[in-house]
Design a protein around this ligand. Structure first.
Ligand code: G3H
Ligand code: 13P
Ligand code: ZN
Length: 307
């Protein structure tokens, strides 16, 4: 079906206590893996593109791929800009048919974040494009950081309520202890679910969990078995994701787990089949490996079977 915006996918998700995966893509195989999984699981899906992914693959190529695959799979999907910071790219996404935008003003002081977010809301809403913003910084929780500075980087519930009220934004990414990449925790993984609960009590729009990859042991182990050098990689446990779904999280962002699966499967086939040099054979293995990871996420997030 034709692309929808994130409100169409996330408002029912928050209401019914599940989340839609926001999966990052930058090429044909990742996009195909996302729709292969979505079609098999009958799950709605958010296809996310960072600014660097757009520079890498091009607006028109991405839009055409996502549009075509969502029609073929007959799955409700949105095309979303992840971590937009550059107004030229934000405007480019509006012109090229993106249905959802994230404005990431989380590095700004509170009032500047509000101003930047409101400016994007005013640009996007007349086109029916939904907007996600971020309040708080996704720095991860390092053991050596003091309690005060941990607290300062996380989302303040009262500020979150004010932020939503003053910006008119559609969804809000919160900082509760996750971070991007494969090294999220030095010690035990810890998310501040109590803080999330307080935010959810004050903010009724759907919430977003960034930096939510799990670094699944079997995915990491495959990559490492074939030579990847990723000591100490650690992600968000499934029980923390389940807890977040109970408190307003309606979009869960995954990039790192797909990168790890891609890397593991490419390394495996190149090592085990040294005579293979057809890119399609190499990349089909990576695509199918990523689709398995995505299907497991759709089950975990509760989005499977919602279409
Ligand atoms: O949150 C960031 C995503 O993982 C995308 O990263 O800018 O390397 O594409 P990227
Ligand atoms: P991960 O690095 O945990 O996959 O997070 C991705 C993300 O938040 C993209 O915005
Ligand atoms: Zn993110």
């Amino acid at each position: 079906m034709a692309l929808v915006n994130n409100n169409d996918l996330m408002v029912p998700a928050r209401r019914d206590g599940y989340a839609v995966g926001g999966f990052n893509t930058s090429n044909l195989e990742i996009t195909a893996a996302i729709f292969q999984a979505a079609a098999e699981k009958r799950s709605p899906v958010i296809v996310a593109t960072s600014q660097s992914a757009i520079k890498y693959a091009g607006y028109d190529n991405i839009r055409a791929m996502v549009d075509n695959m969502s029609r073929e799979a007959d799955i409700p999907a949105s095309l979303h800009l992840d971590h937009g910071t550059d107004m030229e790219i934000i405007k480019g996404c509006i012109e090229h048919g993106w249905t959802s935008l994230m404005i990431d003003g989380s590095h700004f002081p509170f009032d500047e974040n509000i101003a930047a977010t409101k400016a994007v809301v005013d640009l996007a809403h007349p086109h029916g494009i939904s907007v996600e913003a971020e309040l708080g910084r996704l720095e991860g929780v390092e053991d050596e950081i003091s309690v005060d500075s941990k607290d300062a980087s996380m989302t303040d519930p009262e500020e979150a309520a004010q932020f939503v009220e003053r910006t008119g934004v559609d969804s809000l990414a919160v900082a509760i202890g996750t971070s991007h990449g494969a090294y999220k925790f030095k010690g035990e993984p810890r998310l501040d679910i109590e803080r999330l609960e307080k935010i959810a009590a004050l903010v009724s729009i759907p919430l977003v969990l960034h930096g939510a990859s799990a670094v699944p042991p079997e995915v990491l182990e495959l990559a490492q078995r074939y030579g990847a050098d990723l000591p100490g990689a650690k992600g968000v446990p499934a029980e923390s994701i389940r807890a977040s779904l109970k408190h307003g999280v309606a979009k869960v962002n995954i990039d790192t787990d797909l990168r790890l699966a891609f890397t593991g499967h490419v390394r495996q086939i190149l090592t085990e089949s040294p005579k293979v040099f057809d890119p399609r054979k190499i990349l089909a293995a990576a695509r199918d490996g990523m689709a398995e990871v995505i299907k497991a996420k759709m089950d975990l997030f509760g989005s499977a079977g919602r279409v």
